[in-house]
Design a protein. Structure first.
Lengths: 472, 244
């Protein structure tokens, strides 16, 4: 393995140990081991420990019994009992000696070395047990005491079985703990590595998106866990960004196109006037230049108004107004014009439509809609625009509609026409800059309202839905 | 400070078209200011110029000007602050705000700050002239005026009746308002935008020329049956009610 690789390998382990999952697993593991340890200690205390305590209890009771015998019947009584009891094969151990330490009775050959006769106490010592095949070293636990006549009495039990039992239990407990430890560490590493791998995948995806591949997306495993949820919300954000970016690109190229056309016209007219040299041509060219510049300036003003409305900066200009009044005013402003064109503008506005709005912007939005209806809404039957403006309350909303009987807008184009510079009139033979409905959409966004384009069968019905101001 | 003409006469009587106004132009853009000052001088007015906000405020405080033309974005002190300061100090001279910020919202903001009129850049000089002359007239008009008169056309603001050569003319409320504005500015050109702003109180540009139809309907009512039309169209500028 080459050194750089090694170091990267080292760093990848380092990274693993630094993951939140690994740290979480480690904490869990420690808590787990501690609780397992506590449980096992309790089990040990209740099994092996209990046996030991019971043995001690029995030995103590027997010593007490023998001491009572000594008091009642003297040394002979004790001698008698010890002799009788040592003969059963019960695993009990007895020894009674003279004050000099010579064995008088019992199944123990001599006083074990471990007993330094002082007074009395507990001791453990090895001794041999006769079996069918010979002798076996066992271990005993005993209590020794000096009787009043300085004879030494030792009472004990063979604790070999108990010792083995305790060892088995201890070994089981240790093994169990070790298994839990290994499984815990292994599991922690495994889940951390899995987690880390997915985080790395997300990081890689975001790096590639940052390098400019906006179509890239975060990997989603489909398990619906928190990482998946994070990845899908990041993906939704990316979708939104991509859509906005595409919109921006579209707008810029549309701006370029819509500005280049009039500028080209201005340039062409100026050049041809210069070539002709006639004063009349100069004048005409200058007048046309002024007209074109006015239109360009209108386009810019409209673009700025839309951007401003969409950014929500004018929100403080919103005041309680009666939209029905504005609606009537705008209708009244346009009605003579519609009639002049041979068409009609009818209104059906009921009651008060109290909304929170910017009077100027709302009027401008409605006026843009009426304007559009006048330009594009002539009925194929009569050849003239037949416009209907309504205002009413639907539930908690104030609903304003402007409809015509024209060719309408195909369902697939309805969302599209709200975008900047979109004109369905491909030939661009009619006046307009393709910003009217964009401004309406921007104004509605500022007012927390919606623009809906519907079929008027035939014609187009544009619906503005504004949240109604509840009477306080 | 730059004085474009030597005349120091002050306008006093309303309705006199030949009166010279003294105008203060607060505008930092040298080229725009030069063009504006030249135009005002050619129109027979006296114009002073301030190139920044502080100088402008100092000149306006002298209270010698009939009309102030104030740009919004100025070095040192912005246009709206100048207007607010002047209004707080009781300077009542009408103010026309000039600004590149042309959308509805900015216009309304300018008027709320104490401006009397708002004109978005770029503008036609004829529009600016019509507006400042209108502002000056409004200032010198008697506030309690109840009757307006232009040639043989008379308007009674109290009874809300209009009579031409003794013949009564029936007008819709909006037509009455339209005629009232035109008559208050009789003898002067009124632009379509001025009508939309003052008669309808709309500060945006409708894409269709809706004003022309309203004016032609009004004309149908007041000029029909009379040999000499009183409501005239001024090509490329707007409309005017004949004064005599």
């Amino acid at each position: 393995m080459s050194p750089p690789h090694q170091s990267s390998n080292h760093s990848s382990y380092w990274k693993l140990f630094h993951t939140s999952t690994f740290r979480l697993s480690a904490v869990y593991l420690i808590v787990f081991i501690l609780s397992v340890g506590a449980i096992l200690a309790y089990i040990y205390w209740n099994t092996a420990g209990l046996l030991e305590r019971q043995t001690d209890e029995t030995i103590r009771a027997e010593v007490q019994g023998l001491a009572d015998q000594y008091r009642i019947r003297g040394l002979d009584g004790v001698l008698d009992t010890v002799r009788r009891r040592s003969s059963d094969e019960s695993g009990s151990i007895y020894l009674l000696t003279t004050p000099e330490g010579v064995r008088m009775a019992g199944n123990l050959v001599s006083v074990p070395d471990e007993i330094a006769i002082e007074d009395s106490g507990w001791t453990e010592f090895p001794f041999n047990v006769k079996t069918s095949t010979g002798t076996e070293p066992h271990r005993a636990r005993a209590y020794y005491t000096e009787l009043p006549g300085e004879n030494v009495l030792v009472v004990g039990r063979d604790i070999e079985d108990m010792r083995q039992f305790a060892t088995i239990i201890r070994n089981t407990l240790i093994t169990g703990t070790l298994i839990a430890l290994v499984l815990g560490i292994g599991g922690g590493l495994l889940t951390s590595r899995n987690f880390l791998r997915r985080v790395d995948a997300i990081t890689d995806a975001s790096r590639s998106i940052m390098r400019g591949d906006l179509s890239g997306r975060m990997p989603v495993q489909g398990t619906g866990d928190e990482l998946d949820r994070l990845a899908s919300s990041l993906n939704q954000m990316l979708d939104q960004i991509e859509r906005l970016m595409r919109g921006m690109q579209e707008v810029s190229s549309n701006v370029a196109h819509d500005l280049r056309t009039p500028l080209t016209r201005i340039k062409a007219r100026a050049e041809s006037a210069l070539r002709s040299g006639a004063e009349g041509d100069f004048k005409a060219a200058l007048e046309q230049t002024i007209d074109e510049s006015d239109r360009l300036l209108q386009t810019f003003t409209a673009l700025l108004s839309i951007a401003k409305a969409e950014s929500g900066q004018s929100r403080e200009g919103l005041q309680p107004v009666d939209a029905a009044v504005i609606l009537n005013e705008v209708a009244e402003l346009y009605e003579p014009f519609a009639e002049d064109q041979g068409g009609s503008l009818k209104t059906d506005i009921s009651g008060e439509l109290n909304v929170r709005a910017n009077r100027q912007l709302l009027a401008q939005a409605i006026s843009n809609l009426v304007d559009n209806a006048l330009k594009y809404g002539e009925s194929p039957a009569s050849g003239f625009p037949e416009i209907r403006v309504t205002g009413g309350i639907v539930g908690d909303d104030a609903v304003i509609t402007v409809s015509d009987r024209g060719r309408g807008v195909a369902p697939e184009d309805r969302q599209h026409v709200l975008e900047r510079f979109v004109r369905l009139d491909e030939s661009r033979s009619r006046p307009g800059n393709g910003l009217g409905l964009s401004l309406v959409a921007g104004v509605m966004k500022l007012h927390d309202g919606r623009v809906l384009l519907e079929d008027n069968g035939p014609g187009l019905k544009v619906k503005l839905v504004l949240p109604r101001l509840q009477a306080a | 400070m730059q004085v474009m003409t030597n005349s120091n006469s002050k306008p006093t009587t309303p309705g006199n078209d030949l009166e010279t106004m003294r105008i203060l132009v607060i505008e930092d853009d040298r080229e725009a200011a030069t063009w504006l000052l030249k135009g005002l001088a050619e129109s027979g007015h006296v114009a002073d110029h301030a190139a920044d906000g502080e100088e402008g405020l100092a000149l306006a405080r002298e209270r010698v000007h009939d009309v102030l033309i104030v740009d919004r974005m100025l070095p040192k002190l912005d246009g709206l602050s100048i207007i607010q300061t002047l209004r707080a100090e009781g300077v009542t001279a009408p103010v026309l705000i000039l600004s590149a910020l042309g959308d509805v919202d900015e216009r309304v903001k300018g008027l709320r700050a104490g401006g009397d009129d708002y004109l978005a850049k770029p503008y036609a000089f004829s529009e600016l002239l019509a507006r400042i002359e209108g502002l000056s007239r409004r200032r010198h008009q008697e506030p309690q005026q109840t009757k307006l008169k232009a040639a043989d056309l008379e308007m009674d603001l109290l009874t809300r009746t209009v009579v031409r050569s003794g013949r009564p003319i029936i007008l819709q409320p909006r037509e009455f308002k339209l005629l009232e504005y035109l008559m208050r500015n009789a003898g002067h050109v009124v632009t379509r935008t001025m009508l939309l702003e003052n008669v309808w109180d709309y500060h945006f540009d409708p894409q269709t020329n809706v004003i022309d139809v309203h004016v032609s309907r009004l004309r149908g009512k007041i000029d029909k049956g009379f040999d000499e039309p009183i409501l005239q169209t001024v090509r490329g500028a707007g409309y005017m009610i004949r004064l005599a």
